[in-house]
Design a protein around this ligand. Structure first.
Ligand code: ADP
Length: 230
């Protein structure tokens, strides 16, 4: 924890200085490309595609850079908790709804097993972002024909939310690094998804751990105690 906190502090300072410096020129570049694309589309059709293809590729890459910067900010920006009374099952349902189209396209079934539980004191927006990161990872890990399952329930005085998938699971070599900032095994990963989840859960005085699911996939369980701030 001390190590992670130290890394967090360093990353936070860097983020404050760099994020806007990077974001602004990216936005400007993207805007110019959109202009260029509009002008190209006025050319005769035959001349368009060899010019527009590389341009779309550059747009895509800019998009990727933007989302990395956004991930970075979501993770590193010092956050104040905006505490309200949160229905965790409603947060979970919203996230599943947001991913419905993406899951369908990937041929992955989204399952839910929600039990009615008391509300938790928390920041609904940040909890939603944390759950989003878990579901996104689960979907990315799950091959076509598989499933991602979300559970919400109550266990020994805490609300729990689990996201399990039927993907390949996480090897013992990777496990110790899961919550380290910038650790990723993906080509275009930022390695900031799980550290962000970890920091949100810690701010809610909760815990998060990973275990093996019933068919060998990953199962992430976060627990948020009821009424922690009173
Ligand atoms: P990123 O998704 O950008 O790589 P994360 O911090 O969210 O960053 O995840 C770190 C790493 O943890 C991933 O690169 C992947 O190797 C592993 N991981 C996370 N969730 C899963 C999952 N559900 N199944 C398999 N591997 C996972």
């Amino acid at each position: 924890r001390a190590l992670v906190a130290e890394k967090l502090a360093a990353v936070g300072t860097m983020a404050a200085g760099l994020s806007h410096e990077i974001r602004n020129p990216l936005n400007a570049a993207s805007l110019q490309l959109t202009l260029l694309e509009r002008r190209l589309r006025r050319l005769p059709a035959d001349n368009q595609s060899p010019l527009i293809e590389p341009l779309s590729l550059v747009q895509q890459e800019i998009h990727r850079l933007k989302s990395i910067v956004d991930d970075f900010l979501a993770f590193a920006r010092p956050r104040q908790l905006n505490l309200t009374s949160v229905d965790l099952a409603a947060v979970a349902a919203t996230v599943l709804d947001l991913f419905a189209a993406q899951a369908e396209q990937a041929g992955v079934r989204l399952e839910r097993d929600f039990v009615a539980i008391p509300r938790v004191d928390g920041d609904a927006g940040q909890l939603q972002q944390a759950v989003t990161n878990l579901v996104l990872n689960a979907l990315q890990a799950t091959p076509t024909g598989g499933w991602v399952r979300m559970e919400v329930g109550e266990q020994s005085g805490a609300a729990f939310l689990a996201v399990e998938d039927s993907g390949p699971g996480i090897s013992p070599k990777v496990r110790p690094h899961l919550f380290e900032p910038f650790f990723t095994t993906k080509d275009s990963g930022s390695g900031l998804g799980l550290p962000m989840v970890h920091s949100v859960v810690l701010q809610h005085a909760g815990t998060i751990f990973m275990e093996e699911g019933r068919v060998g996939g990953a199962r992430f369980v976060m627990k948020i105690p009821f009424g922690f701030h009173t």
